[in-house]
Write a protein that binds this ligand. Structure first.
Ligand code: GSH
Length: 214
């Protein structure tokens, strides 16, 4: 498999973590977002949406959207599982992940921040305020969700003591928040999960700092 990635892309970071957790080898092909390589035909011919990541299978088929890729990997390579077995538990893990994927990340994505700045004339300080607002809104709700967990969901990961899709989403989002100097003090449970995950090889190897294109 080949993963079209960018070291700082949080969506690509999610997939790198999942590949590592499952021990799946993939060739990492950097797509430089700063140099706008994601807008060039060489990439959009493969992924018309022009966002990273995209995963090219051995068959040559290309899939995009990190959540879809994570679920594909979990279905195709079931061990170790990234979702629990019960329908309710699976829905809970997915909804935690979607809070990040659907309601946090898109508001603070590169193209949104650029549009605010370049097209709508939003100044640097207001852009930062926007960014921090959506991080705080999302993380406050997730921290509360973590506080409300009951056994066996309490543990060193988002859900118990096994890494799930929720952790694949949370750790890159924390990275992004720290990169934008957001105050993480109000989220002790999120910070503890982040610290635990980053102590593990699968997460460590996926970190932006550890990518060849960094
Ligand atoms: N929902 C998509 C989001 C993909 C996405 O927004 N990727 C960002 C990097 S994290 C990107 O390619 N940004 C380029 C841009 O904003 O111009 C997914 O989960 O794969």
């Amino acid at each position: 498999m080949k993963l079209f990635t960018y070291f700082r892309s949080t969506a690509a970071y999610r997939v790198r973590i999942a590949l590592n957790l499952k021990g799946l080898p993939a060739e990492l092909l950097p797509v430089n977002l700063v140099e706008k390589k994601h807008t060039e035909a060489a990439y959009t011919d493969l992924n018309p949406q022009g966002l990273v990541p995209a995963l090219m299978l051995e068959s040559g088929e290309v899939m995009n959207q990190s959540m879809s890729i994570l679920e594909y990997l979990d279905e195709q390579y079931p061990l170790p599982p990234l979702l629990p077995t019960g329908p309710l538990e699976r829905a809970e893990v997915r909804s935690f992940a979607y809070e990040i994927a659907c309601d946090m990340h898109p508001l603070n994505n590169l193209r949104v921040l650029k549009y605010l700045e370049n097209d709508l004339g939003v100044g640097a300080q207001d852009k930062q305020t926007w960014y921090e607002h959506w991080i705080a809104t999302g993380f406050t709700a997730l921290e509360q969700r973590l506080e409300l967990r009951k056994p066996p969901q309490q543990g060193s990961f988002c859900f118990g003591n096994t890494a799930t899709i929720a952790d694949c989403l949370l750790i890159p989002q924390v990275y992004n928040a720290l990169r934008f100097n957001c105050d993480m003090q109000p989220y002790p449970l999120i910070n503890a999960i982040n610290e635990h995950c980053l102590s593990l090889n699968a997460f460590e190897a996926a970190r932006p700092e550890n990518q060849a294109d960094a």
